[in-house]
Write a protein that binds this ligand. Sequence first.
Ligand code: PLP
Length: 436
Amino acid sequence: SPTDTAASQALTSQQVVDLTRQYNYGTWRFQRNWNPMHIADAEGCYLIDGSGKRYLDFSSQLMCSNLGHKNQAVIDAIAHQAQQLSYAMPGYATTARAELSQLLAEILPKGLRKFFFTTSGTEANEAAFKIARMYTGKSKIIARYRSYHGSTIGSIAATGDPRRWAMEPGGKGPGVIFAPEVNCYKCPIRHTYPGCNIACADYIEHMIRNESDVAAVLVEPIVGTNGVLVPPDEYMPKLRRICDENGVLLIADEVMTGWGRTGEWFAMNHWSVIPDILVTAKGITSAYVPLGLCATSEKIAEFFQDHFFSHGHTYEAHPITLAPAVACIHEMQRLNLVERARELAPYVEAKLNDLKSKHRSIGDVRGKGLFWAVDMVKDRTTKEPFNTYADKVSGKSLVVDQIAAKMLADGVTIQAWVSHFVIAPPLIVTKEEIDR
Ligand code: PLP
């Protein structure tokens, strides 16, 4: 019987962990340090391990489980789509694709009206780079330090953090040059806001004018993994103007910041700036299924009416990835999750500032909506971090990892990265859970 089959195949938690370690790579780490926890179940804001212990997920896994787990409407959408049509090649029209496209046209920043669906944020960025290059006939992408854009050759080449270094022993990735990040807590070009007059944006203009062949400027509107770096309000409108004046496209990588995370559907909405290309993934399906999106402006769409669009994937616009996205968006609307993220922001901010007032090791707290960083420093005056990326790749035990391990023992999971934490609970989080 099915029950017997299930029972005969049941693995103990230890076997699950051992087999996982034996046959798989643990990402971004020494393999010998990888001791994965067996996650057997999940519900709402909680993960449940093999022994039944519950963990409050305070970073939505990889800042992607925005809706929380076991949302019945999303589960039903996956099941229904699987029964109806589990695959059709991307050249066909499907109901899921038509419905999602219609919804996206309503929700995305105005004018972004042509869509290319992928199965990850990485691939959506790759599509954006190719589209920008085909459209402009130019090749270079200006990205920024402290950014992350994905793990394939093109997207890691555009990544401004040290994860890129391993793939470029012979020099920078093809066609990418880096500008200083916007980081008012530790300005890389030693200015102080507001007296700086947004010199970091001027720096990008200087680069465009002194480089040939620049196709696009690529930004995470609010830098995610590398510390939730929120730009001053003047930055994005200024960057838009610089791009327009210099005939360069603006690509917004909203893989992490999209879908209500920052208290707007998309972070660019905070500044009413419309990029030429918007890339997103993660929250589009709240990670129930893998889906990425590259959305482009009408003018780019028009260009490809008469130019060969030289790009595609087998799993592009896969119906089982699109149907749950429709359900996710409807659930976000029904539960008012974008407003909720906006409304809970001052509450989270007050709690984090309270922590900061008690602990000198917290140098800075910053964020928007339900997207915050807690920046840990040895010394508040010098802002020296507890650890650097070099410590991480040398296998040293990081202070933030020690704290995260303690929190895990207490039943809370949180993303720690080098010397900061990313606080990004599912958007359904309650005040009581935030208090905890
Ligand atoms: N861009 C940003 C801003 C991200 O945060 C990520 C992943 O964390 C990516 C791109 C890559 O997305 P994926 O991991 O889905 O390929």
